[in-house]
Design a protein around this ligand. Structure first.
Ligand code: HEM
Length: 128
């Protein structure tokens, strides 16, 4: 997926805003995810959610920082997708994660960037 310089700028400025409140943002995000799709809650039953929030935010921060280098990003993201198959993640869960990311306070920022995004999706976990 290739982004235009304008799309890259929008993603970066949007994420900068979210990253400033990343602990709260992560808490809000998982809270919304569990509301939108209660089936996701069980996957995190024995997970330290504060640590999980940090990992999730760190991954997105790294991805946003290297947006212009998909060759560097893709192997790591593909490996992350494969690990998720082992966590019990199903394809439909990604829709729920998208919905949780795009609603509420950060939704309005993300919406601006995503409106101009190509429709092609990123790597998916291997289906079992
Ligand atoms: C934007 C998409 C996503 C990102 C960036 C992301 C990021 C991460 C990261 C960084 C980890 C830490 C473990 C690792 O590196 O393998 C993780 C673990 C996990 N994620 Fe995701 N994830 C995403 C989507 C999802 C979805 C859709 C689900 C399903 C509801 C999910 C469920 C889990 C679970 C169950 C764990 C394991 C926690 C544990 O057992 O410690 N993730 N995720």
């Amino acid at each position: 997926m290739t982004l235009t310089p304008e799309q890259e700028r929008l993603v970066r400025s949007t994420w900068e805003t979210v990253a400033k409140i990343q602990d709260d943002a992560a808490r809000l995000f998982y809270g919304r995810l569990f509301e939108i799709d209660p089936s996701t809650r069980a996957l995190f039953a024995s997970v330290d959610m504060a640590k999980q929030g940090e990992k999730f935010m760190r991954t997105i921060t790294t991805t946003v920082a290297k947006l212009e280098c998909p060759d560097i990003l893709l192997p790591g993201l593909e490996a992350l997708g494969r690990r998720h198959a082992g966590y019990g993640t199903k394809e439909g869960h990604y829709e729920s994660v998208g919905a949780a990311l795009f609603c509420g306070r950060w939704g309005k920022f993300w919406a601006r960037s995503s409106r101009t995004m190509p429709k092609k999706r990123g790597p998916r976990p291997t289906r079992r």
